[in-house]
Write a protein that binds this ligand. Structure first.
Ligand code: ACO
Length: 173
């Protein structure tokens, strides 16, 4: 499939929020951009399957979730890295911005669901995704950016400039 430029896509958030520095550091075969309404067809779920079972509920359900995310403005920032030759997604990640009453009515950026296609791991795509999401968090005025990860991924996030702080607690339904 030929590469689809941003101008022909319906994007989750303005592409101007993608760090120009991160863009310039990516290999010219790759493109980083906001998630688009047609990315179900570009392998979004298959990239996410490196994280956990990514059941496909069909394109309509995927699009409906995309629309729900976009209906909360300035809150969900899903981005993807696309391989230009195939127009397929090879990396993805999300920033969620939480608005608080504390910290001078401040905001916190939460990084979620970072995934790089197995064949592309170890080529600095992961760090570029984290840098791009942290940039959005910072230009949006968040006073900190946080995430949860496994022990195995601690060294990766340390390379991205994060430090270990407190504990994660979880209660599954
Ligand atoms: N242990 C030690 N170092 C690591 C690890 C690791 N597990 N992973 C990456 N690094 C290092 C790399 O060697 C590199 O170091 P360098 O700059 O000195 O060369 C640096 O971290 C950057 O690595 P990238 O090449 O950018 O990493 P990659 O593109 O493979 O992305 C990721 C890392 C996202 C963890 C990827 O391997 C992946 O998708 N794994 C499976 C899914 C996953 O675990 N996602 C994260 C879940 S946590 C969350 O979503 C908040």
């Amino acid at each position: 499939m030929p590469f689809t430029p941003d101008s022909e896509l319906d994007l989750l958030f303005p592409a101007s929020l993608i760090s120009p520095e991160v863009k310039s550091q990516l290999h010219t075969d790759l493109h980083i951009r906001p998630l688009a309404s047609t990315d179900h067809g570009r392998g979004h779920l298959s990239v996410l399957s490196v994280l956990t079972v990514a059941t496909d509920h069909g394109e309509a359900a995927w699009k409906s979730q995309f629309d729900a995310l976009r209906s909360a403005p300035n809150t969900y920032f899903g981005l993807v890295i696309v391989d230009k030759a195939s127009d397929r997604i090879v990396g993805a990640g999300t920033l969620f911005i939480e608005r608080k009453f504390l910290r001078g009515l401040g905001s916190v950026g939460h990084i979620e669901d970072i995934a790089v296609d197995k064949a592309q791991q170890g080529k600095k795509l992961g760090i570029r995704i984290i840098q791009a999401l942290t940039h959005i968090s910072e230009v949006s005025g968040c006073y900190k950016t946080i995430l949860n990860c496994s022990d195995a991924n601690v060294p990766f996030y340390q390379k991205c400039g994060f430090e270990k702080k407190e504990n994660e607690m979880a209660k599954y339904a």
